[in-house]
Ligand binder design. Structure first.
Ligand SMILES: Cc1ncc(COP(=O)(O)O)c(C=O)c1O
Length: 430
């Protein structure tokens, strides 16, 4: 039977299912007159380096997470450098980390001679796999880096239990998870040290910025010593003796960024709600088509730094490159997620990491093998990134759902087409 024209997949010459404008729907960050006023107030004040707005931002983050100590940083990477420094570990000690994350969750530890040990991610929430954490623990393991990938809290019940059992510290990289909660507790306050990036794409952006959070004063003081000379001067402990040097870097945040960050944090709940309403609506329709959309279990409130879904090969009769090409033809802004797995990157596989690590004599450097995490690799290869729809109307979400429905309804016909063969050959994932 001939397909009705409007029902014809766009890959085969039919009309695209997505017709609405997507630029405004996906515009981010959303900067308003309020942000402008906040930045302008700092400029008019003239103190564009140490303005008290930095302290005010720290108080905001302390209140937001319930952590007593917050220290603003020039970016999330700097806050992570401070986190590894704060733990005061010995060169050669090991930290268990995910491979599926941005490099800054991992590489800063090398400055302190700490050895990253990559661990599988679990498929339900894409966070560290608790079973594999146990496998990777050695007598030199001291800490775990947890990343709530794309805004979905990791399996903290199990991870906290393992950390407690083996006396491991947890650095929680909550850079994707502003506003997410686990059992009613905010992400960023679930481990020993929490870190947020406030980079421009993030859910509460500052342009550039980062926040370090903890409840242990000693970690806070070490983070101050590393790179915040203004605060070292304000210390009333013997650590103040380092006021003339710090520990060698400078991590202070720029006040104009802090002002924007405060203004953006106020908007966070409302803006998270909008993303969630939009994405949950589309997720429910995609679940009906056998996609796994990472809707959270009841004890978790997730947020959507990005909207990632998983192609479940048993239920979906199109290979990934063909599916993505067909959806793109329908006007969907879909692609493969942007983080390549860290353990497969030349920095690790070519041994550069070993040059960075000055391991004590007698310690064997780790061998980083690209095939070391087969489950993470398999799951990562089936992910599809959609827009996060921060500013979208439901009608756009309905068009996306219609595009997916159309492509799957005509999967066999698409599969038999020369366009599919071409897409499969190119291995095109966007
Ligand atoms: C998970 C994660 N951690 C850390 C960072 C580093 O933050 P920044 O870019 O602010 O240095 C980022 C992102 O940019 C990130 O996505």
């Amino acid at each position: 039977m001939a397909i009705q024209n409007s029902d014809r997949p766009a890959l085969l010459g039919g009309p695209a299912a997505v017709t609405l404008d997507q630029r405004e729907a996906n515009r981010w960050p959303l900067l308003t007159a309020e942000d402008e006023q906040a930045a302008l107030a700092v400029m008019r004040d003239g103190n564009i380096s140490t303005h008290p707005v930095i302290r005010e931002l720290e108080r905001d983050y302390a209140a937001f997470t319930g952590e007593p100590y917050a220290l603003a940083h020039s970016n999330g990477t700097a806050a992570l450098i401070a986190a590894f420094f704060a733990l005061d570990l010995q060169p050669g000690e090991e930290v268990i980390v995910p491979s599926a994350t941005f490099w800054a969750s991992v590489l800063p530890m090398l400055w302190f001679g700490l050895v990253p040990v990559f661990c599988e991610s679990e498929p339900e929430r894409m966070g560290l796999d608790p079973q594999d954490i146990e496998q990777k623990i050695t007598e030199r393991t001291r800490a775990i880096v947890v990343v709530h990938l794309w805004g979905l809290p990791s399996k903290m019940t199990e991870i906290l239990a393992i950390a407690h059992k083996h006396k491991l510290r947890i650095i929680e990289d909550a850079s994707h998870a502003h506003g997410a909660t686990w059992r009613g507790k905010p992400c960023g306050a679930l481990g020993d040290i929490g870190v947020f990036s406030l980079q421009g794409d993030k859910l509460a952006p500052a342009g550039e910025g980062g926040v370090f959070l903890c409840h242990d004063y000693e970690y806070y003081e070490r983070a101050i010593l590393l790179g915040d000379i203004t605060r070292i001067l304000a210390l009333e402990t013997p650590a103040r003796r380092f006021a003339a040097t710090s520990f060698g870097i400078k991590t202070r945040m720029a006040p104009i960024s802090a002002a924007i960050a405060r203004s953006q944090l106020k908007q966070l709940p409302k803006r998270n709600r909008r993303r969630n309403e939009n994405i949950v609506h589309l997720s429910q329709r995609l679940e009906a088509l056998n996609f796994h959309t990472f809707l959270p279990p009841v004890h978790i409130e997730r947020v959507y730094f990005e909207f990632i879904i998983r192609h479940e090969p048993e239920g979906i009769p199109l290979p990934m490159p063909v599916l993505i090409r067909a959806l793109q033809a329908e006007g969907c802004l879909v692609a493969a997620p942007r983080y390549p797995l860290l353990h497969q990157q030349p920095f690790f596989t070519e041994g550069h990491v070993l040059q960075s690590l000055r391991l004590p004599p007698g310690l064997q450097p780790p061998a980083y093998q690209p095939d070391a995490l087969p489950r993470t690799e398999a799951a990562n290869g089936m992910l599809i990134r959609l827009p996060a729809f921060p500013n979208a109307e439901m009608s756009l979400l309905d068009e996306y759902a219609a595009a997916f429905e159309k492509v799957l309804k005509h999967a066999q016909e698409i599969l038999a087409s020369p366009q599919a063969a071409e897409a499969a050959e190119a291995g095109m994932t966007g």
